[in-house]
Design a protein around this ligand. Structure first.
Ligand code: CTP
Ligand code: CA
Length: 232
């Protein structure tokens, strides 16, 4: 099916992508977040649009222009992203979770700006776990369940952790990268990756050398569409 793939085949496909960081408020002026630039998710959105799909990007706060032809929905927190993902995933043929979702949020968000306290040298925050957005999408029952691709950014034992995430979250494919490599991953224009995907026979993988995120995005979109074709 892969070689027969044309723009016509993908014209009616809906691809939903989460991208960027989330921000977890502590009070009206402070938040917890991470260094995700959103570049990889935006590159995926552009590549999916170029492949002829209808694309919806659920984006955390980033400073990137919306790729042309892409519908962008802005969100701030993991809970906001979760709400939009739950709403849109059942309408998707392909769901790609590229966002760096904060694993935890503050248990209580202060209504007013927190004051520095004179009587203590430490501050303890209690955090609670955010929902696992991609795992919930992967757990949808057919026919609502899209083909599901996750990402894994690791700083050690990358392949082992990625394989574990593929299984634990019930994903169809995972894109794993080692973010400890200088010049690759977070904030960078380039990325290297291992792609792991499920087949009836087990897990297959290949290695993607360092390349522009736009090139890696094209490869990921094409591989996902090929697998979608062979699975449907
Ligand atoms: N993800 C998600 N919702 C979350 C956390 C993660 O959808 N609350 C998605 C990410 O978008 C990514 C994948 O899950 O596609 C893996 O994210 P990662 O942070 O690597 O996995 P975690 O399960 O959070 O494990 P850890 O942070 O401990 O490595
Ligand atoms: Ca995480």
């Amino acid at each position: 099916a892969s070689s027969a793939m044309t723009a016509a085949d993908t014209r009616n496909r809906h691809v939903v992508i989460t991208a960027g960081p989330t921000r977890e408020a502590l009070d009206p002026v402070r938040y917890l977040s991470n260094h995700s630039s959103g570049k990889m998710g935006y590159a995926l959105a552009a590549a999916a649009h170029a492949a002829g799909a209808k694309v919806t990007l659920i984006s955390g706060p980033v400073s990137l222009a919306t790729p042309s032809g892409v519908t962008r929905i802005d969100v701030t927190s993991a809970l906001d992203m979760h709400t939009e993902a739950q709403r849109l995933a059942p309408t998707a043929d392909l769901f790609i979770a590229c966002a760096a979702v904060a694993d935890y949020r503050a248990e209580h968000v202060a209504e007013h700006k927190m004051k520095k306290r004179g009587d203590s040298e430490t501050l303890t925050l209690t955090l609670v776990k955010n929902p696992d957005i991609v795992a919930e999408v992967a757990a949808l029952a057919a026919p609502k369940r899209p083909f599901v691709v996750g990402f894994a950014a690791e700083t050690r034992d990358t392949q082992d952790y990625a394989r574990d995430k593929l299984t634990r979250k019930g994903l169809d494919m995972i894109v794993a990268n080692d973010v400890s490599q200088a010049g690759l991953g977070f904030g960078s224009d380039d990325n290297a990756a291992w792609l792991l995907w499920r087949t009836p026979e087990g897990v297959e993988s290949d290695t993607q050398p360092p390349q522009p995120k736009s090139a890696l995005a094209e490869t990921v979109i094409q591989r996902a569409f090929d697998l979608l074709d062979t699975s449907s």
